[in-house]
Design a protein around this ligand. Structure first.
Ligand code: C5P
Length: 221
């Protein structure tokens, strides 16, 4: 129908930060609020999609009507994504995944060592979730995000190609009042051949427009 253009489609969306444990009481993470991913999930539900939202730890109520898969680490998010993505029509990677995790998580709380003023942690690379989804034989229509502080178009297009994405939504996080923790965002969405500007607005309005662009390209794919 007009109001429910995504009826019959299954969307899988990642959102929020990941948390990489150092020991039982400490972790490495980032400032992602999850607001953009949750707004996309809510708008996709409103448009009639069946939505699985794979979320890192955030302070947001899950949108009504979607399946919430709560995870902490990048490895957990990776596993959930690769379980759900093969049956999905659309995969939207909105999560701010930690690029690295601890090579070894300490079993016990780490103690200060007297006289030791430096501590070195060894990190290893996390899997690239969206790139691995895009490599699936039964790959869903795959959309990534790029948060950049400079050369936004070039970095976004590099990521589109390198990760095998169908679309990438880029935002300039150096501009105050948009992106990361804000309630507002402005995006430029790139396909291989086109660019679409979504002007600054609240994340719900931007999410709605983004979904329309995704739906149009998905229908043509
Ligand atoms: O390479 P970069 O982290 O800037 O790419 C951002 C895009 O890749 C986002 O869509 C993000 O959700 C996704 N990503 C991912 N797994 C990672 C790193 C990034 O899915 N390990």
């Amino acid at each position: 129908t007009q109001e429910q253009p995504l009826l019959g489609q299954h969307w899988v969306i990642t959102a929020g930060p990941t948390r990489e444990a150092i020991d039982p009481v400490r972790y490495i993470s980032n400032h992602s609020s999850g607001k953009m991913g949750y707004a996309i999930a809510a708008q996709a539900v409103a448009a009639g999609a069946s939505v699985s939202l794979i979320s890192g730890p955030v302070n947001l109520a899950p949108p009504q009507g979607c399946e919430l898969i709560a995870v902490e680490s990048a490895q957990q998010m990776h596993q959930a994504a690769l379980t759900l993505a093969p049956k999905a029509n659309v995969f939207v990677a909105c999560a701010a995944v930690a690029d690295y995790r601890l090579a070894k998580v300490a079993d016990q709380k780490m103690k200060k060592t007297p006289g030791q003023d430096e501590l070195t942690l060894t990190l290893v690379k996390n899997p690239d979730i969206v790139a691995d989804v895009a490599k699936l034989a039964d790959k869903p229509f795959t959309v990534g995000f790029a948060a950049e502080t400079q050369d936004v178009e070039q970095y976004a297009k590099d990521k589109l190609a390198r990760k095998g994405l169908d679309l990438i939504a880029a935002n300039n996080v150096a501009i105050e009042g948009q992106g990361f923790n804000s309630d507002q965002n402005a995006l430029t969405v790139y396909s291989a051949n086109n660019a679409f500007d979504l002007p600054l607005g609240n994340k719900s309005a931007v999410a709605k427009q983004l979904i329309e662009i995704i739906a149009r390209h998905f229908d043509e794919s």
